[in-house]
Design a protein around this ligand. Sequence first.
Ligand code: NAD
Ligand code: UDP
Length: 311
Amino acid sequence: MKRVLVTGGAGFIGTHLCRRLLREGCHVICLDNLFTGSEHNIAFFRNNPNFEFVLHDIVTPYEAEDIDEIYNLACPASPVHYQYDAIKTIKTAVMGVINMLDLAVKNRAKILQASTSEVYGDPTIHPQYESYWGNVNPIGIRSCYDEGKRCGETLCMDYHRQNGVRIKIIRIFNTYGPYMLPNDGRVVSNFIVQALQGEPLTIYGTGEQTRSFQYVDDLIEGMIRMMDTDDDFIGPVNLGNPGEFTILELAHKVIQMTGSKSEIVFKPLPHDDPKQRKPDISLAQQVLGWKPQIPLDKGLRQVIKYFKERC
Ligand code: NAD
Ligand code: UDP
């Protein structure tokens, strides 16, 4: 039985990944410090004999044996949470990755690094393809995350070149779905929770900035396919849904789909907020035979249902 370590396994994406890996018959070790993850998320497979939960912080080295694959997801991903303790975020993104790469060396394990579209910063080309080097402010409030993740990619490449570690780098674009926490702070969960509670939807800036929203099931499929590629395919590869929407469009959609009477209020735009973002997914299509299947409306319906049961 394949033994798979999922760091950040009690977080939003990690919960979906653990469930999928258990379904595929793997033994799953879910490692998390529960900063933005929740034990409630993993409660329904907690008693599965093939599932282990380890309370651990990846900034500290982790010793384990007989690990075949590592999915390194541990890192807060929402701007509110990664900016809460920026030094801790960059330690997680750099020292944490070093610790997981060292673990991969000792176990001769394959490691998939969850990188991000944030490596492109506030992009000057559109859509973003993998060979674009990005436009990132190295000293701004998003840098702990953006530069941390860029360094994470560098570390993976260096361990690959120097130590022969089998690596896979994915750049995830804005992903949403059930198991986001109501206080996650990212736009999809914020808007849905606000609409369901009859609170005003908070648009930062004018709402003309764009994002491309991917439903989590599509991402998980892409991650599994990426892990299963031949060792000579290391990426980086974009995983995202090319459907691009303004934040204002998203707000109207959520209000209409929830039937909410909420108004829209405009708040200041945070520094360095990217103006546009859309993945070029030709590489993923070509190598993984992958493309997203779930359009925004369908995905939003699922998340609205999820939060209706919880709010
Ligand atoms: P999340 O905040 O829900 O999950 C992150 C998980 O990592 C949480 O369970 C948290 O407790 C855990 N964690 C944080 N720091 C840790 C540490 N030092 N040691 C151990 N555990 C730690 O976020 P998510 O959306 O599920 O994101 C998962 C990964 O995917 C992150 O690495 C993120 O950068 C990447 N990503 C996500 C998106 C997205 O849109 N969701 C986009 C790009 C990249
Ligand atoms: N945003 C917003 N209102 C919110 C939360 C976010 O208008 O309540 C905006 C945010 O400024 C950004 C976009 O929505 O332009 C996406 O933000 P999110 O935090 O979800 O992801 P990221 O900025 O990392 O892409």
